[in-house]
Ligand binder design. Structure first.
Ligand code: G3P
Length: 217
């Protein structure tokens, strides 16, 4: 499973990049607002920090304007994935930008039928939003499983990019299902390593080691 970091906070990306756990980055208009930065400037900086795909989202809603914005975003760096919303205009722009050789991440996916359309439009990534389905008492993970089954049935190469991840359990279940990528808020990624028994066990080992009076070096 690839881990993308879901943020436009370059300090957070740098911290996690140092751990060797950043396979890519996803941003969106809300994350750009939260960063307080210019979209082109911060996206360029992120593309220089991370080798993997960096998703930058268009804000136009009509296909031709989406394509124009998408080309501008794609020109920032070779590792840009243009993010497009799952609308008919977004799917049309996806087909055009994909045919031009650009990576495309189709986002705001909430149904298996939407994901099927994105794959048929040639999307590089599909971003089903788990947390937002859970928020309205639907099962976000069921969507991930349905997409996995459908894509495998037909050999679609579109990568499932599990998004709107709110907990470490979302990561576990998405990985069990076989999502190709999970895009994680920095705080969720950091939590993946934590287990109280690990901390307790290490404390005991170090305490017992201290009693040996020995040194490895
Ligand atoms: O990548 C999509 C993600 O940023 C949305 O997360 O928690 O706002 O649903 P959330």
């Amino acid at each position: 499973m690839k881990f993308f970091v879901d943020t436009a906070d370059t300090a957070a990306i740098a911290d996690l990049n140092a751990l060797g756990m950043v396979d890519g980055v996803t941003t969106n208009p809300s994350l750009i607002l939260k960063s307080g930065r210019d979209i082109l400037e911060v996206t360029r900086e992120i593309c220089e920090m991370v080798e993997g795909p960096v998703s930058a989202e268009v804000v136009a809603t009509e296909a031709d304007a989406m394509i124009t914005e998408g080309r501008k975003l794609a020109a920032i760096a070779p590792n840009i994935a243009v993010k497009l919303p799952l609308t008919w205009d977004g799917l049309k722009a996806c087909r055009m930008l994909t045919d031009e050789g650009h990576m495309v991440n189709v986002t705001l996916c909430f149904s298996a039928n939407q994901a099927l359309l994105a794959a048929k439009a040639g999307a590089t990534f599909i971003s089903p939003f788990i947390g937002r389905l859970d928020d309205i008492n639907l099962d976000g993970m069921e969507l991930i499983a349905d997409i996995r089954t459908i894509y495998d049935n037909y050999g679609f190469e579109t990568q499932i990019l599990a998004a709107s991840i709110r907990s470490v359990n979302h990561v576990t279940v998405a990985a069990r299902i076989g999502a190709d990528v999970a895009t994680l808020p920095p705080e969720v990624l950091r939590k993946l390593a934590f287990h109280p028994l690990t901390d307790k066990g290490l404390e005991t080992f170090l305490s017992d080691w201290a009693k040996t009076g020995q040194s490895i070096l």
